[in-house]
Design a protein around this ligand. Structure first.
Ligand SMILES: [Zn+2]
Ligand SMILES: [Zn+2]
Length: 163
């Protein structure tokens, strides 16, 4: 590619700079951008943020800048949820911080609310007692307990006979 040798304007800050060669930006802007990319990268990779708005908050960059960086850096974009399609309908983009789009979230919230209400009606939690502390509360259990005790005592004379 032929090297350009005219005075050019930085596409980012608009300053007239010398020969930009094949770059669109001046050295300052390129360095600044690189620094911003690293900030976003650190927030995503080291701090585990995956929501665009929170990444912007954390890095102090605008959402547009973060979006631009993500567009340039596919390996980072993959980790940011705003890029994912809705896990339910696969049509609309998922909302930040969610796997679902707004419509699906409202559908799911409603379904979840109904299911929760039904669960509360159906299930009466049974108190769980350890068997040892459970009082004998019916005849059958009493008989069963007696039988166990009897069979143990019945074994004793036999053992003694073998001695
Ligand atoms: Zn510049
Ligand atoms: Zn959806």
């Amino acid at each position: 590619m032929q090297k350009r040798t005219r005075i050019e304007r930085c596409a980012r800050c608009g300053k007239y700079v010398g020969d930009l060669a094949d770059e669109k930006w001046c050295a300052n802007c390129a360095a600044e951008y690189q620094e911003q990319v690293e900030r976003v990268e650190n927030t995503i990779l080291n701090e585990g943020l995956t929501v665009l708005t929170r990444i912007a908050e954390r890095t102090g960059l605008t959402e547009d800048t973060v979006r631009h960086i993500l567009k340039d850096t596919k390996s980072l974009a993959q980790r940011v949820e705003v890029e994912f399609p809705c896990a339910r309908c696969r049509q609309k983009p998922a909302q930040p911080g969610s796997d679902y789009c707004l419509n699906c979230r409202m559908d799911l919230d409603q379904a979840l609310g109904e299911a929760a209400a039904q669960l509360a009606d159906d299930v009466t939690p049974e108190p769980v007692d350890p068997p040892a502390s459970k009082p004998v509360d019916n005849v059958e259990a009493a008989v069963e307990n007696k039988r166990k005790r009897t069979s143990i005592t019945r074994m004793y004379p036999r053992r003694q006979r073998f001695k």
